[in-house]
Design a protein. Structure first.
Length: 231
C-alpha cells in the first residue's frame, strides 16, 4: 500500500513539474519575448494552471500561444493578451478589481495571484458555474463570482481600482463601468472598431476627466447582453 502511494505521489509530482516547465516556456517565449516586463504579472502567468481552466480535450495544448474554445461560443484568450491586459492596469497587492466576462476564469485567476480581491461577472450560467467550481478547486478564495449581465457592473462593491473587460463593446464603453472606476483607476476594454477586429482601449479616470488611448488591434467575442437590457 505504501509503495502504491509513493508511486502515485511521484506521478502527480512529475505531472505538476512537467506542466510548470510548459508555463515557464510560455512566459519566456510568448510573454517576456513580446515586451511584458511587470514581475508580478510574469510570476502570476507562471503560477496559474491554465490547463485546468480549459475543456479536457484542449488541456494538451493549453500553453500554446492561441485562444481556445471553452463552450457556448466563447473562448479563453491567448496567454499574451491576458498578460498584456493585466500589465496595462498596473495591478498591485491590496487592489480590488472588477472583471466583466469570467469565461473560463483564467484572467480572474491571474489577477487573483496579484491583487487583494477580484469581483467577476459572467452572463452565461454554464460558464459561470464551471469557472466557479474550477477556481475553488484551484484554491482561489479571493475571487467573487456572480452570474449576471456585466453591462451595469457590480455597484455594491464599487468603486474599483481597475476594471478588466474581456468582451468587445459594440458601440461605446458602458457608462456604469466608468462610474464604478475609482478616481485614478484604469480600465482595459476591447471596443468594436467597425471591422473584423476590435481596438484594445485603455481608459484612465482622473476626477471628471476620462482619457482613452488605443493599445492595439485585437479579436474578442462580442459583449453579451441580457434580453431585458437589450430592450
Amino acid at each position: 500500500m505504501l509503495k502504491f502511494l509513493l508511486v502515485i505521489s511521484w506521478f502527480l509530482f512529475f505531472q505538476s513539474d512537467e506542466r510548470q516547465a510548459e508555463r515557464d516556456k510560455m512566459v519566456e517565449e510568448q510573454i517576456e519575448a513580446r515586451g511584458i516586463k511587470n514581475k508580478e504579472v510574469l510570476r502570476a502567468m507562471r503560477a496559474v494552471h491554465r490547463h485546468q481552466l480549459v475543456p479536457e480535450e484542449y488541456r494538451r495544448v493549453a500553453y500554446q500561444d492561441s485562444p481556445l474554445p471553452i463552450g457556448n461560443e466563447q473562448t479563453i484568450s491567448q496567454p499574451y493578451i491576458v498578460a498584456l491586459m493585466t500589465e496595462l492596469i498596473q495591478p498591485e497587492n491590496g487592489m480590488k478589481i472588477l472583471e466583466i466576462g469570467t469565461g473560463s476564469g483564467y484572467q480572474a485567476a491571474v489577477l487573483a495571484e496579484i491583487v487583494d480581491q477580484v469581483y467577476t461577472l459572467e452572463i452565461i450560467p454554464e460558464l459561470g458555474q464551471r469557472a466557479e467550481k474550477d477556481l475553488r478547486k484551484l484554491g482561489y478564495d479571493n475571487i467573487h463570482l456572480r452570474i449576471a449581465d456585466g453591462y451595469n457592473g457590480w455597484e455594491e462593491h464599487a468603486p474599483f481600482d481597475a476594471i478588466v473587460v474581456t468582451a468587445a463593446a459594440k458601440d461605446d464603453i458602458p457608462p456604469a463601468l466608468i462610474r464604478q472606476l475609482k478616481d485614478g483607476g484604469k480600465m482595459i476594454i476591447p471596443v468594436d472598431a467597425g471591422g473584423p477586429s476590435h481596438e484594445l482601449v485603455l481608459v484612465e479616470k482622473k476626477g471628471d476627466a476620462i482619457r482613452q488611448s488605443n493599445v492595439l488591434p485585437v479579436r474578442f467575442v462580442p459583449f453579451t447582453r441580457s434580453d431585458e437590457n437589450d430592450k
